[in-house]
Design a binder for this molecule. Sequence first.
Ligand SMILES: [Cu+2]
Length: 261
Amino acid sequence: MKFENIIINKLFSYCDAPESWQLGIQDPATPIAEGMIFFHNYLMFFLIFIGIFVFWMLAEILLRFNSVQNPVPQKFTHSSLLEIIWTIIPAVVLVIIAIPSFALLYSLDEIIDPVITLKVIGHQWYWSYEYSDYASLEGGETLAFDSYMTPTSDLVFGSFRLLEVDNRVILPINTHIRVLVTAADVIHNWAIPSLGIKIDATPGRLSQVPVFIKREGTYYGMCSEICGVNHAFMPIVIKGITTDAFITWLSYKLDKLVLPN
Ligand SMILES: [Cu+2]
């Protein structure tokens, strides 16, 4: 990558990979990731108000109701009204948190008539991918490949260390995709923050997750379940491209042609 391109990328690209000293969440690229960020912000509103209120009460009690400030203490032990209030209000808060929480939770599992199925298999220590919907005309081979981390010594200037792979996953944007996740040896986890996905790849089990990418981009993720010594060296890279570009990519791949740059 040229130096100018890096500057342009830095200024105009989305944050689809972690940045140095980043505290916030990566930019969303799927409706689900947007929902998660919305819910995070929504929860934070309650969290901040309740946190401030509780610490304010604690400070008031410590400062006002000690033996110096308040030498003659009150003798009452119960207040029915107060008990009703401090039971009802938290219950109401829990309900208004639970409603959007369940709506989001169930939407995570909603498979809406997928056009493409991508199969993801975790291995010690790389990912392999299968596009079983498509087969080449000659031989009927399906499209499948392994995806290994690019070692630091082979990195191109400007690419991400410990995040880049030799074979990226290519997926079309604005398309309902079903991703089936499993593992060949131990439990791995296929996690891409920008897409709002973090799903265990369990041997002997086929898990399913829907993906709908809203914009073009390169999304970086990592294995997120400790799976052995090279756990930190099996990243995930997904490239979201237009449907036309995806079809071109597929036909080149299936016909074993060399992709033009
Ligand atoms: Cu792993």
